[in-house]
Design a protein around this ligand. Structure first.
Ligand code: GLN
Length: 485
């Protein structure tokens, strides 16, 4: 059977009807990974043994009449999410041998729901990047075109779903790292509201921005996974004490007459024509087939978002990454004294982009510069939040591109950090404001590369955003298209 072509919800249905079992499904996917991943390199580690054991266990539970919601479903996990007893490297030399003694809350939840973990996926080191080329181990390739990047930083997870190694994966999104790779790989990626999903056990990059979310083939599957990822967690004080709505039944809600805002700042210079055209076609569907109203809006502080992010995120990162000092865990390079040990460990353990961020962040937080940079950036962040709050008084959704272009070539932007940073121009504001951002396929370029569209909604508007995404995907059915690999 062509297992790899089925979305999660179909896999689940087949398991529930007894038309297959988790062991056959897991084996088939592991086979495919063995055969095809050497070309794509989505996985840092495939946890074959653990996966087979979990699958058998799932089949046993099902036979005994257990009804866990994700029972037997194989998923992949970005390698910056802690998995007990399984290395969690963040694609960094400094954590290359780190085996967490605990599971992240999302992992505990997925296991409780019955999911099977297939392995850990590649990323830009510590999730810093937009192409997965900053992985200390190897770059991942885009399944649609091996000469191109899968996006980043959750490039391994997006490539794994696109290649049919699994129908669902977890990513993390600090400035676009779920949505941009989803868009480059032709899959769906959801950045939930800040606080909707526990960050406990997600290796911290920029704690006021980081959020875990699903990467899937369909919006419906994103809703299915979010259902079991979301919720308050006593181990994460920033998780929201808010009940989790029923995302799946919300998919059918009536959206006729709702308003979509198009921020004029998202359609200006820098946006590739092909992307603009596909977004315009999608807007027609929203309007003519789904009955939504469309109007132009303005998010006037958008031009400052990238600069603001590249102060706040590195500032938080420089503080978060101070813990990798060779003392308690991770790499240690021995030296004659403590200071020399710190220096050697950190110089050899971190890659160039991580060092760049630590330097920018340390500078922005240092005495004399704090007011000029960090404080200023925090103030501009407030203005960006207000832009959204004002806009959401007028409209229910904001729609725009995910990235200015489809997937770019491997190597094309590695030597130009600024150009790399600009690939996040349409995703970063969502993190700064803590709102919902969903990326889903809306078409293909002339060269056959996927193009994504982004639906943004206010805090905790996941039910509405997912509903709009789902109703759209059911008209275009782009999830039926697969890369030939
Ligand atoms: N590309 C952005 C960065 O390099 C965002 C990364 C992310 O969301 N983790 O910081």
């Amino acid at each position: 059977m062509t297992w790899h072509k089925f979305p999660l919800s179909t896999q689940l249905e087949l398991l529930e009807k007894g038309e297959t079992d988790s062991l056959s499904l897991t084996k088939a996917l592991l086979e495919r990974i063995k055969e095809k991943d050497p070309q794509i390199k989505a996985f840092i580690k495939v946890t074959e043994e653990e996966a087979l054991k979990a699958a058998e266990e799932a089949d046993r539970s099902r036979k005994e009449g257990e009804k866990r919601p994700l029972l037997g479903l194989p998923l992949a996990i970005k390698d910056n999410i802690c998995t007990r007893g399984i290395p969690t490297t963040c694609a960094s030399r400094i954590l290359a041998n780190f085996v967490p003694p605990f599971d992240a809350t999302v992992i505990t939840k997925l296991k409780a729901a019955g999911a099977v973990i297939l392995g850990k996926t590649n990323l830009d080191e510590f999730a810093m990047g937009s192409s997965t080329e900053n992985s200390a181990f190897f770059p991942t390739k885009n399944p649609w075109d091996f000469s191109r990047v899968p996006g980043g930083s959750s490039g391994g997870s997006a490539a794994a779903v696109a290649a049919g190694f699994c129908a669902g994966a977890l990513g993390s999104d600090t400035g676009g790292s779920i949505r941009q790779p989803a868009s480059f790989c032709g899959v769906v990626g959801l950045k939930p509201t800040y606080g909707r999903v526990s960050r406990y056990g997600l290796v911290a990059f920029a704690s006021s921005l980081d959020q875990i979310g699903p990467i899937t083939r369909t919006v419906k599957d994103a809703a299915l996974l979010l259902q079991y990822l979301a919720g308050p967690d006593p181990k994460d004080s920033t998780s929201a004490p808010k009940e989790v709505p029923d995302y799946l039944s919300a998919l059918k809600m009536d959206l006729r007459g709702k308003k979509i805002g198009l921020p004029k700042e998202y359609f200006g210079e820098g946006l590739e024509e092909e992307v603009r055209l596909k977004i315009e076609e999608a807007l027609k569907v929203f309007k003519e087939e789904l009955g939504l109203e469309i109007r132009e809006i303005s998010l006037p502080h958008t031009p400052y978002a990238v600069a603001t992010y590249y102060i706040i995120a590195p500032a938080e990162a420089s503080s978060n990454l101070a813990r990798y000092d060779g003392v308690k865990y991770g790499l240690r390079v021995e030296a004659q004294d403590l200071i020399a040990m710190y220096k050697k460990t950190r110089s050899q353990g971190f890659g160039p982009e991580v060092k760049r961020r630590i330097m920018i962040g340390t500078y922005a937080l240092s005495a004399g510069y704090y007011d000029a940079y960090y404080k200023k950036a925090s103030q501009v962040r407030t203005l960006i939040v207000r832009d959204f709050m004002e806009a959401f008084k007028e409209v229910d959704f904001i729609v725009g591109p995910v990235a200015p272009s489809p997937a770019f070539k491997i190597g094309e932007r590695v030597d130009d950090p600024l150009k790399m940073y600009l690939s996040d121009i349409y995703t970063i504001s969502v993190n700064l404001a803590g709102i919902v951002g969903l990326s889903l396929p809306c078409g293909f370029s002339g060269q056959g590369l996927p193009i994504g569209i982004q639906i943004m909604g206010p805090h905790f508007s996941e039910p509405e955003v997912l509903a709009l995404g789902h109703q759209f995907e059911e008209i275009l059915k782009l999830y039926e298209r697969y890369p030939e690999i």
